[in-house]
Design a protein around this ligand. Structure first.
Ligand SMILES: C[S@@+](CC[C@H](N)C(=O)[O-])C[C@H]1O[C@@H](n2cnc3c(N)ncnc32)[C@H](O)[C@@H]1O
Length: 226
């Protein structure tokens, strides 16, 4: 069952690649524009990273932003159309690669990174293999940075606060999304446990909020490889 959902996640990105690229580049996702893009860039800068791996990089905005700041970035993603968009939009090293392939051979994208970043890209249930692979590509003492939708941002009244599959219909994003995506909801404790299980020690836990409503938008975890 879970494998079928993992396949559906990848299929939805294939179908929604153009809409996603337009939404990100058109700055249609308010939480990103106002809060979460800056939050992840600040976390990377605070780590002092000079070489970064962007896991599930999408159309490549983060790699481009890092490159503009003089930081070397390598991105990989399973969706060929998104990697094509990333390559067309600027310099940087990009690979078409799924998490299964990354888990089998982490070094295929390089090693010795100062930071590995998963920015809203861990969507499935079994994330430990990809997090362990991320750890393999880090230098000793390197940082694993995860930003994800804050669990409280997606916990409507009456819905149980527990790990489990949900569906994103992209209705609040922008026009053009055709295919809903299953995604695996995790509690805060579950995210922290995953980081530990992947061999990292939690160094920092941040909860960037909407500047007006003060509601949490994302959960940002920084772990250190031991
Ligand atoms: C919400 S987007 C985030 C993209 C990018 N990190 C950003 O911040 O704009 C999720 C990304 O995860 C990628 N992804 C999902 N499942 C994947 C998998 N199994 N292997 C590799 N990439 C995957 C998708 O193709 C998509 O680009």
């Amino acid at each position: 069952m879970s494998d079928r959902r993992e396949d559906s996640i990848r299929a939805s990105w294939l179908d929604n690649a153009a809409a996603w690229t337009a939404a990100v580049r058109g700055r249609h996702i308010e939480s990103r524009v106002r809060v979460t893009d800056a939050a992840v860039l600040t976390a990377i800068a605070e780590c002092g990273a000079r070489r970064v791996l962007d896991v599930g990089c999408g159309e490549g905005w983060l790699c481009r932003a890092l490159h503009a700041a003089g930081i070397s970035a390598t991105g990989f993603d399973a969706t060929p159309k998104l990697i094509e968009q990333a390559r067309q939009a600027g310099p940087g090293e990009y690979h078409v690669l799924g998490y299964d392939g990354f888990a089998r051979e982490p070094a295929a994208v390089g090693t010795g990174f100062d930071a590995v970043v998963c920015n809203f890209s861990l969507l499935g249930e079994d994330i430990i293999p990809v997090l362990r692979a991320a750890g393999e590509t880090l230098r000793h003492g390197g940082a694993l940075i995860i930003q994800t939708v804050h669990p409280f941002a997606d916990s409507p009244e009456g819905v149980r606060y527990e790990d489990g599959w949900r569906v994103e219909d992209f209705e609040d994003f922008a026009p053009g999304f055709t295919t809903p995506m299953p995604w695996y909801f995790r509690t805060v404790a579950s995210w922290i446990a995953a980081l530990r299980e992947a061999g990292c020690v939690l160094e920092s836990c941040r909860e960037p909020v909407h500047p007006d409503t003060r509601r949490p938008l994302s959960l940002l975890l920084i772990g250190r490889k031991q």
